[in-house]
Design a protein around this ligand. Structure first.
Ligand code: GLN
Length: 487
């Protein structure tokens, strides 16, 4: 059963091949027996899952099944889940049980999904390797000595290891796409505003966006369909109508104009990565797409601008963790100041503190103009680059990540090296555009993704291209035999 995609599970449940309770128990058993290898889950919720699965089976037998009725999935531990601990990978929220669920979680529950548990992640979604989690690092299922990417590393590893058929993730600078690339799965970051951010622990509010992490583009369409839509509780959530994402999957792609940014291909691109990406592009070309060279002249400024804007927003968002309202509080504070100081000193990890320091600095009087305002101006230039490019092409393609999965510890001592992991993904967040990573090759036994960047609210096109590519290739079906093991 763990070989099935979401589309396959929906069919199997519909035909009565198995019940939701059976497949839910199957995945719970896999998590229990295999996750010690990967550490991809922070919390597993067997009782709630089985109860929800039984309710789904009952609904189905009454002929009243919503589209994903009884499909088990996992949620990144950044999404608030009513009555289920939501840690955000931090000691600060180790004891936090939210009284409500995020809209994305609620929407998936409305569509019938069953929650298996909450997946591991970099602390407060800050990282590219899942090594900053309070709950320990996550092993990449392709090689457990290597990182799964981050910050949605637990979700990516869990899907790749067949511990769940799909999971949610969030992407502030690449956190859905980069782990998807490193774990050989499909990950879609929608347009900013497509999915509600309500109930998602905020990192950088103008960049954060939730999306699906799946084994196919077809599955990403099914999940996004349920997640997306207007939410009056998030003022940045768009009320543009949600199209039928599955309807357009099979459309032919001949005549499609794919832009290849010179900046992504010319400057020091790893040769293995280039070979895999060019191979995938040749495949799309063979299907009738046209490859067009384009320029994104301000690309080289995106990481620098992001590491001013994201920490600035994080420093404001994380000020709420002060030991007063909820979450961790230090023992025996002497006075109010001592409580604030020790709560935050003891509750946050190093990377989070680094971001808070940088963010506070760039927002302070005297530096605001020199750093924050400049970064915002660069952000506009980056957005304009994309707008100009989309005058010439329908979609933009390039690598998702600079290389395949690196060894644990290889970059943790050098924050700048780690920050460069997102060199191809960050501009998309700064511009608010949708981006998707699909498996496009295997180099020395490790998977790597192709990134597709779309125009605003053009997720349908990304899913269509991804699906056509996956009909013609089998990179997305590759897996290590250890992950297919029966339990
Ligand atoms: N790696 C980037 C960071 O550390 C992006 C993380 C994310 O997308 N949440 O900020």
């Amino acid at each position: 059963m763990h070989k099935l995609t979401i589309a396959g599970i929906v069919e199997g449940l519909g035909r009565g091949d198995f019940s939701s309770e059976e497949i839910t128990r199957h995945y719970l058993r896999r998590i229990e027996q295999l996750d010690a290898r990967y550490n991809s889950f922070i919390s597993v919720t067997p009782d709630q899952a089985v109860a929800r699965a039984r309710a789904a089976d009952k609904r189905r037998s009454k002929g009243d099944a919503p589209p994903l009725c009884g499909v088990p999935i996992a949620h990144k531990d950044i999404f608030c889940t009513e009555g289920i601990r939501t840690s955000c990978g931090s000691k600060m929220l180790d004891n936090f049980v939210p009284p409500y669920s995020a809209t994305a979680v609620d929407n998936l529950a409305q569509a019938g999904c069953v929650t298996l548990g909450k997946t591991n992640m970099d602390e407060f979604a800050m990282g590219s390797s899942n090594e900053t989690s309070f709950y320990g690092e996550v092993g990449n299922p392709w090689d457990t000595g290597r990182v799964p990417g981050g910050s949605s590393g637990g979700s990516a590893a869990a899907v790749a290891a067949h511990l769940c058929p799909a999971a949610t993730g969030t992407d502030t600078g690449g956190s859905i796409r980069q782990p998807a690339s490193l774990c050989g799965i499909t990950g879609l970051k929608p347009t900013y505003g497509r999915v509600s951010r309500y109930g998602m622990v905020a990192f950088a509010s103008s960049l954060d966006q939730a999306g699906p992490m799946t084994r196919s583009a077809e599955d990403a369409a099914l999940l996004l369909q349920a997640m997306a839509g207007f939410d009056p509780r998030d003022s940045t959530c768009s009320d543009i109508e949600v199209p039928d994402y599955s309807a357009g999957l099979d459309k032919p792609i001949d005549g499609l104009r794919i832009g290849l940014p010179r900046e992504y291909f010319e400057q020091g691109l790893d040769t293995g990565t280039e070979t895999a990406v060019r191979g995938a592009l040749a495949e799309l070309e063979a299907m009738g797409a046209r490859l067009v060279d384009i320029d994104l002249p301000h690309s080289h400024l995106s990481v620098a601008a992001y590491y001013v804007i994201a920490p600035a927003e994080a420093s404001a968002n994380l000020s709420r963790f002060d030991g007063v309202r909820y979450g961790y509080r230090c023992k025996n504070p002497r006075d109010l100041n001592d409580m604030y100081t020790r709560t935050r000193t003891e509750g946050f990890g190093d990377e989070v503190k680094r971001r808070i320091l940088v963010g506070t600095y760039v927002l302070s009087a005297g530096y605001y103009d020199a750093y924050y305002r400049q970064a915002q101006k660069i952000r506009r230039l980056i957005k304009n680059d994309f707008l100009a490019a989309f005058e010439q092409v329908d979609v933009i393609a390039g690598p998702t990540s600079p290389t395949t999965a690196f060894e644990m510890g290889a970059k943790s001592a050098d924050p700048v090296q780690m920050y460069l992991e997102d060199i191809y993904t960050i501009a998309t967040n700064l511009a608010g555009l949708p981006g998707m990573s699909i498996p496009a090759g295997i180099i020395d036994g490790l998977p790597l993704g192709l990134q597709l960047i779309g125009n605003y609210f053009d997720e349908s096109r990304l899913l269509n291209i991804g699906h056509r590519f996956q009909q013609a290739t089998d990179w997305h079906q590759q897996t290590v035999s250890q992950c297919m093991q029966e339990v």
